[in-house]
Design a protein around this ligand. Structure first.
Ligand SMILES: Cc1cc2nc3c(=O)[nH]c(=O)nc-3n(C[C@H](O)[C@H](O)[C@H](O)COP(=O)(O)O)c2cc1C
Length: 406
């Protein structure tokens, strides 16, 4: 595919080098079109060497090739990363004072903007209006990540991780539907930890990769996503609101708070079934004698609680009311044996609509980029998702969810 990488004059311009590499290494032909200001951050030789194409910010170079028209016309995708407040404003108003804005006016392919700027600039009514205009016209504007900005400031305005921007672009290139637009979804990811004392905990091997893939895919399909992340060390998915938790009690609180007006809840986190009955305030000391046994207490079953709350809300209304939220509840079951039989029993017990059952064990599911699963659908159907990237399983889950929502 022919990709135009527009780079504008923000401090995050250097991160676009990584985005460029992700595109070229996956076989895309990339033409970099920086703004004049972007070239003050990263010079033309870097872009030319990494892309293998000439680089200019001006419409006046190689005029015989009419680059101000041709580059946009030939593109399969234009992605502007980072997109400054200035470039968003110029794009929203149709200005054409340099090669990048000319390209944006002549492109008829999908356009993705990845804004990065200080929080004040991002939240200014002028920028808010420009982003709304660009989205109304069909451009994908990725919400910036929250985190460290230039200097010591933090807040929304950080460029999402290049790998995240790349994933959004791939989905746009594949023409993923925006069938979750206007829907609110809550996804839990990672694995909870239950403290034994201030330094030790009982945990599990979940990396959060599958939950993050679900959140990222839902955001790309237009959903407003709240991601409740338990002990995950991954870049924030573009466009998702991330709530960080540690224990099962915190995860329960965050999920219940977020799911009040949610259409869909996907419980992909590996939630600890038990916690130490006592949490020691001081580190347990090593002694010469036998260590003290750790007694366990049962944790709340969040998935069953969500199902039960919905069942009783529906019963209160006296009908199987579609107005009761969440409309769709998705659970995950990690099983080491009798995978389908255990999954069927769990689906019936928990009152959820879909149950994604995967086999876990050595090299399976936990911490690996690939996964295979069976999605059990309340009412009988079982959908096999073959071994492949966790993004594919996420897409299959959202396909089934979207079908139930409509
Ligand atoms: C050190 C420095 C960092 C900057 N970082 C950003 C930024 O992250 N986002 C932004 O919108 N503007 C940033 N600016 C301001 C832009 O460079 C300025 O608005 C410029 O006119 C943008 O031009 P362009 O949109 O044509 O690239 C920064 C300026 C300086 C000097």
């Amino acid at each position: 595919m022919k990709v135009v990488l527009g780079v504008s004059g923000g401090i995050a311009a250097y991160k676009a080098c990584e985005l460029l590499r992700l595109f070229t290494e996956s076989g895309h032909e990339v033409r970099v079109v920086p703004t004049r200001e972007a070239l003050k951050f990263v010079g033309a030789p870097t872009w030319a060497a990494l892309s293998g194409h000439p680089v200019s910010a001006e419409v006046w170079d190689d005029v015989h090739e009419v680059p101000h028209v041709r580059i946009g016309q030939r593109a399969d995708l234009v992605v502007v990363a980072p997109a400054t407040a200035d470039v968003l404003a110029r794009a929203a108003h149709g200005l054409a004072g340099d090669l990048l804005t000319n390209t944006l006016l002549t492109a008829r392919c999908p356009v993705v903007f990845a804004p990065a700027m200080h929080t004040e600039m991002w939240q200014h009514p002028a920028t808010v209006a420009n982003v709304a205009t660009l989205r109304e016209r069909g451009s994908v504007v990725i919400d910036p990540a929250v985190g460290r900005l230039t200097g010591a400031d933090t807040g929304p305005g950080r460029l999402p991780d290049p790998a995240e921007i790349f994933q959004v672009c791939l989905r746009v290139l594949r023409g993923r539907p925006r069938d979750l637009a206007g829907r609110r979804v809550v996804v839990s990811a990672g694995g909870t930890r239950e403290a034994i004392d201030p330094v030790r905990y009982i945990g599990n091997r979940s990396s959060g990769l599958q939950g993050y893939a679900l959140a990222r895919t839902a955001a790309a399909r237009g959903a407003e996503v709240t991601l409740v992340a338990a002990n995950v060390n991954l870049p924030d998915p573009a466009g998702a609101k991330v709530v960080r938790v540690e224990s099962t009690a915190e995860l329960r609180e965050a999920v219940l708070a977020a799911c009040g007006d949610a259409d869909v809840v996907v419980m992909a986190a590996a939630v600890a079934d038990f916690r130490p009955e006592t949490r020691h305030d001081a580190k347990i000391k090593k002694t010469d004698g036998e260590p003290e046994a750790i007694r366990l207490a049962k944790n709340p079953d969040i998935l069953a609680e969500l199902g039960e709350r919905r069942r009783s809300a529906r019963a209160d209304r006296g009908v199987e009311s579609p107005g009761v939220r969440p409309e769709v509840i998705v659970g995950f079951a990690a099983e080491t044996h009798d995978v389908i039989a255990n999954g069927q029993a769990k689906l019936a017990r928990k009152g959820c609509d879909l149950l994604v059952v995967n086999q876990v064990g050595e090299g399976l599911a936990f911490g690996t980029p690939d996964n295979a699963a069976t999605v059990l659908v309340a009412g009988g159907e079982a959908v096999e998702v073959p071994f492949g990237p966790k993004e594919d399983l996420a897409a299959a889950v959202w396909d089934l969810v979207a079908a139930r929502l409509s």
